[in-house]
Design a binder for this molecule. Structure first.
Ligand code: HEM
Length: 334
């Protein structure tokens, strides 16, 4: 293994750019669960700009989020898990993602491969590394650990066997109110056990059928959303004592429009080309209500969605305590 660290270019930060690229998830002014999948890599226009042309997306939060992931894993290694039978899938996932990055960010990322020897350079991190495909000891953190250091996305790998999908590997440091350590080893249907409505409506069974039929290399995506507070990405079950109380104390806080964020996950579902595992990438974007409200169409739509959302869905998302205040602020047009 050869790892070289050099100086890093400044990728800056531009709040207006993050709003332009924000994946606003609502196409109508009410929201219900559905098997909302569409082909990956297609640019979608929004009222503020557009998003979606890339599968692995780098933005101005790249370095801070990678650093945050490392710190979370240092404090709580259970956010990363991998069964022995998933090693081939982990290597497959790593090369797939590095290949995407090198293709889409040719000025900063480079991947070269000759047989089992791989050279990777990432100038955003000032990193240059040579490793041997399939040899865990040739790469810092092994394939899965290293993967988590190169992209902002959380990753889950699902094995297909016995007519089902099993969550058997992954690095998830930015879970929205669930726990990787708890869910690892479970079936796809079991993982979705706590979600209201989706089982009666057959959504989860259909989603599983859809994923099990994907061909090698096929890539789809969907969005999911919730609300969060204070720009916090790590709302994993494990850290609930740190953030749970904020859901109550924000209700009467005049800073509510800056504290309450719309949290959107862009989720990619990819059948990896060599191992046949399903890779699930979860990228979390956060914008405060105060910023979203600068786009009139978003202000109106979000106000209506929040106000109309059925109670069981609001309870499940953990937003019941403050969603009406948030909707009222948006609707007031202040
Ligand atoms: C087409 C595919 C999928 C569909 C339609 C789907 C649907 C959903 C829905 C509707 C929710 C509730 C979200 C909310 O209200 O905030 C949910 C939660 C969740 N999904 Fe999926 N999902 C899909 C794929 C996956 C995959 C591949 C994983 C693999 C790890 C996954 C893991 C989860 C987890 C961990 C939760 C939170 C469950 C909890 O509360 O403990 N989903 N999903």
């Amino acid at each position: 293994m050869t790892v070289t660290l050099t100086s890093v270019p400044d990728i800056g930060s531009d709040p207006a750019a993050s709003l332009r690229r924000f994946p606003f998830p609502f196409r109508t002014d009410t929201y219900r669960y559905s098997t909302n999948v569409e082909p990956a890599g297609k640019q979608l226009e929004t009222a503020a700009g557009g998003w979606g042309d890339l599968i692995v997306d780098i933005d101005a939060h790249y370095l801070p989020e990678i650093a945050q992931r490392a710190e979370i894993l240092r404090r709580d290694p259970t956010r990363q898990a991998g069964a022995a039978h998933m090693r081939a899938a982990e290597w497959d996932a790593l090369l797939y993602v590095l290949g995407q990055l090198a293709r889409d960010y040719p000025h900063t990322m480079r991947l070269e491969r000759s047989g089992r020897t791989v050279s990777w350079s990432n100038t955003l991190q000032g990193l240059s590394v040579d490793f041997t495909y399939g040899d865990d000891s040739s790469l810092p953190g092994g394939p899965l650990g290293f993967l988590g250091t190169q992209m902002q996305e959380d990753v889950a790998l699902l094995d297909q066997r016995e007519g089902a999908l099993w969550l058997d590997s992954g690095v998830v440091t930015f879970a929205a109110d669930w726990s990787m350590g708890f869910d690892v080893g479970m079936r796809f249907l079991e993982i979705h056990g706590p979600v209201p409505r989706v089982h009666q409506e057959g959504i989860i069974a259909r989603a599983q059928q859809f994923m099990m039929r994907l061909q090698p290399g096929e890539a789809y995506r969907r969005t999911n959303w919730t609300m969060g507070l204070d720009g916090r990405l790590d709302t994993s079950t494990e850290t609930y004592p740190e953030w749970g109380q904020d859901r109550t104390n924000v209700i009467h806080d005049p800073a509510l429009p800056d504290r309450v964020h719309l949290r959107v996950e862009v989720q990619h579902i990819i059948r990896l080309p060599h191992s046949g595992a399903i890779m699930f990438l979860i990228r979390s974007y956060l914008e405060p209500l105060s910023a979203l409200a600068s786009v009139p169409a978003w202000r109106e739509t979000l106000a209506h969605v929040l106000q109309e959302l059925p109670q069981d869905m609001a309870d499940y998302k953990g937003i019941s305590k403050y969603r009406m205040q948030a909707a009222a602020w948006l609707a007031s047009g202040q």
